[in-house]
Write a protein that binds this ligand. Structure first.
Ligand SMILES: *[C@@H]1O[C@H](CO)[C@@H](O)[C@H](O)[C@H]1NC(C)=O
Ligand SMILES: *[C@@H]1O[C@H](CO)[C@@H](O)[C@H](O)[C@H]1NC(C)=O
Length: 446
């Protein structure tokens, strides 16, 4: 999840992670501008209630949670070798080819706790607060340095990150009501959206579902941090052979069934028709064949032994197709210069077993270590053009700078949303009366 960042977290839990940076206290003159956070993949807690029949992967897997909802994501102890099989059976999704609907494993009921507050996005496993911290640094800074109150002026819209926003029923309407509540609670200040990673695709979908008059009334701006806009090459490996992000005790292959089952892992494959993925570039190779973005719809899924994936891709590729302009002021914030997979070679094994092994070689390119740079920046040019056109239609005059880009060289995908210079720049931006562009000494703005 989060393209495997959770597994990395488990490793991080063993290492010392610096605590919250100290933030200079400011005293804002009025209520702070409300902030709504949309987390990334694996970026909020999930809960499940179990009442399973006799069938579990191992005799020792719990069958019942005795009527209680327990944490499904994240309880790091669930991921230990031996236990991870029980957990994957509970967390995987099941696709019904006849209806196109996704369902939980029979006997498992999944829910998303904490909608409208922040605790379930700040820390993913409360038993491991340092190792599993996510938006804790950002929220801590807003509270300590910006005069924010959790659940009042800063809130989050967590979701079932296994599913696209379309199959998270009621999510879009619920989030729109939350924006209106934050707006009203602040005495009518428009809301700043801040999203990370998959959360940026979710936010784009959400904004595209709202009328422009609603956006003009309620949305101040959208800061998209490390958005997976045109997908990422890493998803080919996730779906082909699994990805445990280098956590040695967990073989990648042991995760592949669960990872394939997520609708969002298919949604985050490289998008067809995006200039981020030149048609002639191989994204994956095995002896005798290579796969470009145009081969993802059928050959790829058939060859990795997951033919159903092609239908899931067909069903998800219409969501935010062409990345339609969001109709609000946008800051695109990206990390660059971190070696990022652009293509994988699978040469171990023989016919039919290539993808039972990890890739033998990985080609690296520019990006944030998880998402390729052309994908992080994919919609910028078209969104700028759309903003200029909208200004022209309104009667000409000055074109507002509606899309700005800030780059943080050397800052990785997972680290960017916890990066103190970005957070300091964001706080300053939220305090300003007039929209200014986010920039920081460590970053170049364009
Ligand atoms: C949000 O959570 C905090 C504790 O993290 C709590 O003090 C506050 O009352 C909650 N706010 C709402 C609106 O639920
Ligand atoms: C992957 O395979 C291709 C074709 O055989 C080769 O040109 C390329 O150098 C390989 N990449 C790596 C990183 O070994």
């Amino acid at each position: 999840m989060l393209l495997g960042r959770s597994w990395r977290m488990l490793a991080l839990a063993l290492a010392a992670v610096p605590g919250l940076a100290a933030w200079s206290a400011g005293s804002p003159a009025s209520a702070p501008r409300p902030v709504l956070l949309v987390p990334g993949d694996g970026g909020n807690q999930l809960e499940a209630r179990l009442e399973k029949s006799a069938h579990t992967p191992h005799w020792y897997c719990p069958r019942s949670s005795h009527g209680r909802f327990e944490r499904l994501w994240l309880r790091a102890s669930d991921l230990l070798p031996g236990l991870v099989g029980c957990w994957s059976d509970n967390v995987r999704l099941h696709w019904d080819a006849a209806t196109g609907a996704f369902a939980d494993t029979p006997g498992v009921e999944v829910r998303v706790p904490g909608f409208g507050n922040t605790s379930t996005v700040e820390v993913l496993d409360p038993a491991l607060p340092t190792g599993s911290g996510y938006l804790d640094v950002l929220v801590g800074a807003l509270v300590a340095g910006g005069g924010y109150e959790r659940g009042e002026s800063v809130a989050a819209a967590p979701y079932d990150f296994r599913r696209t926003p379309r199959s998270n029923r009621g999510y879009v309407a619920r989030t729109a009501r939350l924006v209106e509540r934050l707006f009203a609670a602040s005495g009518g200040r428009r809301v700043a959206l801040v999203s990370h990673s998959l959360g940026s695709l979710v936010t784009l979908y959400l904004l595209n579902e709202q009328p422009q008059t609603w956006k003009d009334r309620y949305i101040h701006s959208w800061t998209s941090v490390a958005g997976v806009f045109a997908g990422t090459a890493l998803e080919l490996k996730v779906l082909a052979s699994g990805d445990s992000s280098g956590v040695k005790v967990l073989p990648s292959r042991s995760l592949v069934e669960e990872q394939r089952s997520y609708e969002t892992n298919v949604w985050m494959l490289p998008r067809a028709g995006s200039p981020a993925w030149p048609a002639e570039r191989a994204l994956l190779r095995r002896p005798g064949r290579e796969y470009t973005v145009d081969d993802l719809d059928d050959a790829f899924f058939a060859d990795i032994g997951y033919p159903r994936g092609a239908a899931v891709r067909a069903a998800t590729s219409g969501l935010s197709r062409g990345l339609p302009a969001p109709g609000v002021r946008v800051h695109v914030v990206v990390g660059t210069g971190v070696p990022t997979p652009v293509a994988y070679n699978y040469t171990k094994g023989c016919e039919k077993t290539w993808f039972r092994h990890d890739p033998t070689a990985t080609e690296l390119g520019d990006g944030d270590g998880t998402v390729n740079l052309p994908s992080l920046l994919a919609p910028v040019r078209a969104w700028r053009a759309a903003a200029e056109l909208a200004a022209e239609v309104r009667g000409g005059g000055a074109v507002p700078v509606a899309v700005t880009v800030t780059r943080y060289p050397g800052v990785s995908h997972g680290q960017l949303i916890r990066h103190p210079p970005l957070i300091a720049a964001l706080l300053e931006y939220l305090r300003a009366d007039d929209p200014i562009s986010i920039s920081a000494p460590a970053a170049q703005a364009t």
